[in-house]
Design a protein around this ligand. Structure first.
Ligand code: MN
Length: 483
């Protein structure tokens, strides 16, 4: 069912395109050798190029260009062997050049596609229009002094990839799924850390609404949204605002807006410029970027296995459901963790433990997959203890919790707490006899056909054995004795 918003005039369709600015992982800036580390003291990572001293010349960073190409390849996109840097002219206090070096007419990456998965299990392709390289601007600090603003140029000149999608997105959920998938691909590729809190990944959300079958109506751009949740909220509240404007007899004006997460609304920032307002022209300081196909092929050959391919492999190789495989491949480190637990073991049981008890423990303890509450090796050992019938599944959960608490291995916990499963049929028979003797009425009911009572007997025998009975042997003994 297509997502629509019900207005007073009936249902409205939501049309969304995203422009994502992704900071390139690179030691130095796009056109200078200054460092790019996050959190450095203000203006400590600024070269003369970044501060736009007269006569300084930009020199393209080969690694930043390689990162953009890797990203294009990861987005199944066309790599343009010839691209060009242009000047985008505008005045801003934290942009000392008076222009941003960007790519306008000839971006380094052309059309591509990202596949997203939705909660109903369906998939959808979102088109990529282009990816271009550009410089980031500096940062104005307005909260350091009562009457002055300060400027930090550390970010000035840092390489950004602007990844523009087609207006293929039709709901808040799709917008969220798209940005999550994009972030996952960038992290796998190692081209952007995807850290939205630190501003390494920010989205400009273009929203319009229309009636089914109509051409696109005027859109508004919600700038610099910095979390997946906020992107989804921005889509929804901006669509609601526009519907109210149209239904009130007004007309939506093309403009740039800001999302205020505290008030859950968007606010007008400025009327939207058109491309011609920026007076783009080729940067005379820079030659066109010309790539050799062989170099691009080399980058392609060195790409890691990406989430879609890994998901397909997990389904084929381990027999996992599409959903479980998707959860496990979202982060590369999680996929690695799972594979080392699953290796040589029952993969479905491994997947259940990783996505179940292990994820829950990670959430509860606030640990991460890089610093997990239980190592992959230890979790694997726990599964082995179940597989060889040393412990049963119920006791395994108890052992797992003790592993999280104490950091000890499963075998040590089983020994210390005497949790080894009881397979001694003498002990099992004795427990079964005792339970039967203590419940003559239930036995009579069971024998007269109340089969459901079997679970009652199993539960009581297990209780008598402190949960350690081998379930198969307990069942067999009960069946035999209840006759
Ligand atoms: Mn941009």
């Amino acid at each position: 069912m297509a997502y629509t918003i019900e207005g007073s005039t009936g249902p409205w369709e939501v049309v969304v395109g995203l422009e994502v600015h992704a900071q390139v992982i690179s030691q130095s800036k796009l056109f200078s050798g200054a460092a790019t580390a996050y959190g450095a003291s203000p203006n400590s990572q600024v070269s003369f190029v970044d501060a736009a001293f007269p006569g300084m010349l930009p020199v393209p960073n080969r690694e930043a260009i390689a990162q953009a190409v890797r990203t294009g390849l990861g987005l199944n996109a066309k790599i343009n062997l010839m691209s060009r840097f242009d000047r985008k002219n505008y005045f801003y206090a934290d942009l000392p050049q008076g222009y941003q070096i960007s790519q306008f007419e000839h971006p380094i990456v052309g059309t591509g596609v990202v596949e997203i998965e939705l909660s109903d299990g369906s998939t959808k392709e979102v088109g990529i229009t282009r990816l271009h390289l550009e410089q980031d601007a500096g940062k104005s600090l307005h909260d350091q002094h009562p009457t002055k603003s300060f400027i930090d140029l550390n970010r000035s000149g840092v390489a950004l990839m602007e990844i523009v999608s087609e207006p293929d997105i039709r709901s808040p959920e799709e917008a969220g799924a798209y940005i999550k998938k994009l972030r996952s691909i960038l992290r796998y590729l190692g081209t952007c850390d995807g850290n939205m809190e630190e501003g390494s990944l920010r989205a400009d959300v273009n929203v319009s609404v229309r009636k089914a079958g109509e051409a696109y109506r005027t859109r508004c751009e919600v700038k610099n949204v910095n979390s997946v949740r906020f992107v989804m909220q921005a889509v929804e509240v901006e669509a609601l605002r526009q519907i109210a404007v149209w239904e009130g007899g007004g007309e939506v004006q093309q403009e740039t807006r800001l999302f205020d997460p505290n008030r859950g609304e968007t606010r007008s920032m400025r009327s939207k410029e058109d491309a011609h307002d920026y007076r783009y022209f080729p940067d005379p300081d820079l030659l066109p970027v010309v790539l050799e196909q062989g170099w691009v092929d080399g980058l392609w050959a060195a790409l890691p296995e990406l989430p879609d391919a890994k998901q397909a492999r997990f389904m084929a190789e381990y027999g996992l459901s599409r959903y479980d495989a998707g959860v496990l491949v979202a982060e590369q480190a999680t996929a690695l963790f799972f594979e080392s637990v699953a290796k040589g073991r029952d993969a479905k049981i491994a997947a259940n433990w990783v996505t179940g008890d292990f994820f829950a423990a990670m959430n509860r303890t606030g640990r991460t997959i890089e610093d997990p509450p239980v190592s992959a090796a230890a979790l694997g050992q726990l599964l082995d203890l179940m597989a060889d019938s040393t412990i049963n599944g119920k006791i395994a959960k108890e052992v797992f919790e003790a592993m999280v608490e104490t950091g000890k291995g499963p075998a040590a916990i089983v020994d210390e707490r005497v949790l080894r499963q009881v397979t001694d049929t003498g002990a099992i028979d004795a427990a079964v006899d005792a339970v039967i003797a203590a419940n003559p009425e239930k036995v009579a009911e069971y024998r007269s056909g109340k089969d459901k009572l079997f679970g009652f007997f199993v539960g009581n025998v297990m209780k008598a054995m402190a949960g350690k009975g081998n379930p198969a042997l307990v069942n067999a003994a009960l069946k035999a004795k209840l006759g």
